[in-house]
Write a protein that binds this ligand. Structure first.
Ligand code: NAP
Length: 460
């Protein structure tokens, strides 16, 4: 396996990178490990200088960071710029708030006094996906570096230029050698680094298959891990929803990033009364999207990240149809160069169809019609995933009741504003465990130490 930067809008190879040798690999681990011994002793203020500087550089150089993303995984340039800005704000958020989040917490035992204190645990190994080439990195770098840990990251093999740009960001921000290390490594080397005693934690964002493999390896080594995995989020539309508002979110929720988002709306569950009207407007809006060069501001539909992602998704759609699903629109690749797929709506996906339980990672929506709110919730919960979900209704109290009954890590009422630096992000069931972002995100890889003072006589 090698790391290849290839433009999915044209099929042209931009650059290839060899995996690092075992000797280099060992050197990098040794450097990171030595860096930890220095970094852990720095004050929050000292750490914040570097992390805030990295945030400022990203903010100053939005285009410089955005362009490689568009070129190597096809994200539309306006979305790419937004991602760079958001990544910068995540770093700035942790530079500002880490000390407060990790401040000692006083406890109240019956005798004496006690507190919990937080301390870093060491070198953390991160494995990250291509769909948000910087945002995913910022979500681990901001909190874990501010907590006093050190990071080594294996990024996805199709976004090496972004991976290298993010490593350079830390050097430019004045970070000590080894604070943030990008690793162009194989899966086998990834297994070995998890086994290495100098590595103290494993953070993965990726597929369920990768989650099973990495969580098992971390478990075997008794290492703490966080798993941000896939999803098949329900988009529930109740009969009292504002249709215009709902359809706009439906299109954005399914099509943002060409549909390649873990918590995208993937299962559209609409109460009977509104189902025909919703479907008519939703399909018309999807039909209006036009594929084109993702570097062009006017393009409304970009390519999928790689040709193999497109081929796999087309196979998945064909498989669903072979088992009884119907294609209401789309279902094919566009007749043009590049890895572009038509926006697709599948209906009649019955429970015995394997697609019912699948994640469609691209512009494919599954549409379900249900009789009422209870049926919508039951269907939403009939999933192996539990990442996020949304509900659309004019009655906010009703929306909150529905949100409480859906079994996921996140629910959104009348919007799908997935992510903010302040809000914890993560799922349950096959969507993984642990949280990133917010106060919770910085607590994942720290030692929570109890310190108690009490003048007690030792029992005899
Ligand atoms: P993937 O194949 O699991 O890849 C993700 C990362 O894991 C890549 O860096 C990949 O490296 C690495 N990887 C995969 N198997 C590995 C193994 N056995 N050992 C070591 N590394 C391994 O995921 P994907 O299909 O590209 O990404 C999309 C998935 O990620 C979707 O399921 C999506 O829902 C999920 N996701 C979840 C979140 C979240 O926060 N919950 C966010 C974004 C995406 P290579 O590229 O070298 O194989």
């Amino acid at each position: 396996m090698s790391y290849q930067s290839l433009n999915p809008a044209t099929g042209k190879v931009l650059k290839s990178f060899a995996e690092i040798s075992d000797a280099d690999f060992e050197k990098k681990i040794a450097t990171a490990s030595a860096c930890y011994e220095v970094w852990r002793k720095k004050s929050y203020a000292e750490r914040a200088v570097i992390v805030a500087k990295a945030a400022a550089i990203m903010k100053e150089k939005v285009d410089e960071f955005a362009k490689p993303m568009t070129l190597e995984m096809g994200k539309r340039i306006s979305e790419a710029r937004g991602e760079v800005e958001f990544s910068s704000s995540i770093l700035a958020y942790y530079a500002k708030n880490a000390e407060k989040f990790l401040a000692p917490v006083k406890l109240h035992p019956q005798v004496g006094e006690a507190h919990m204190e937080s301390s870093p645990i060491g070198v953390i190994f991160g494995v990250e996906p291509w769909n948000f080439p910087y945002y995913q990195l910022a979500r681990v770098a901001g909190p874990h570096l501010m907590a006093g840990n050190v990071l080594m990251v294996k990024h996805a093999s199709c976004v090496p230029q972004c991976a290298i740009a993010f490593e350079k960001l830390w050097i430019d921000a004045g970070a000590p050698a080894g604070l943030y290390t990008n690793l162009l490594i194989s899966h086998e080397q990834s297994d070995r680094i998890i086994d290495d005693p100098r590595i103290k934690g494993v953070a993965l964002t990726g597929s369920v298959a990768a989650g099973r493999s990495l969580a098992a390896r971390a478990g075997k080594n008794l290492k703490v891990s966080s798993m941000e995995l896939g999803g098949s989020d329900a988009f529930i539309v109740l009969e009292d929803a504002d249709l215009e508002h709902t359809v706009k979110w439906a299109v954005w929720g399914r099509m943002y990033n060409a549909g390649q988002t873990c918590c995208a709306a993937k299962r559209f569950i609409v109460v009977e009364e509104l189902a025909d009207k919703f479907l008519e407007k939703f399909s018309a809006a999807l039909q209006a999207l036009k594929p084109g060069d993702p570097m062009d501001e006017k393009t409304t539909l970009g390519p999928l990240s790689t040709e193999s992602a497109l081929v796999d998704l087309l196979k998945q759609v064909d498989g669903a149809v072979a088992k009884g699903a119907k294609v209401l629109m789309g279902g094919k690749r566009y007749d043009r160069p590049g890895s572009f797929m038509e926006p697709t709506i599948l209906t009649d996906v019955k429970k015995d169809n394997p697609a019912f339980r699948d994640e469609f990672f691209g512009p494919v929506a599954m549409f379900f019609r249900v009789k009422d709110e209870d049926a919508a919730i039951a269907l939403a919960n009939d999933s192996d995933f539990g990442l996020g979900g949304s509900v659309f209704t004019k009655d906010i109290a009703r929306g909150k009741r529905v949100a409480s009954r859906v079994e996921t890590g996140m629910m959104f009422i009348n919007n799908i504003s997935w992510s903010d630096a302040e809000l914890p992000f993560g799922g349950i069931k096959d969507s993984g465990y642990g949280r990133e972002l917010g106060n919770m995100g910085i607590q994942e890889f720290v030692n929570k130490k109890l310190v108690r003072t009490a003048h007690l006589e030792a029992p005899v």
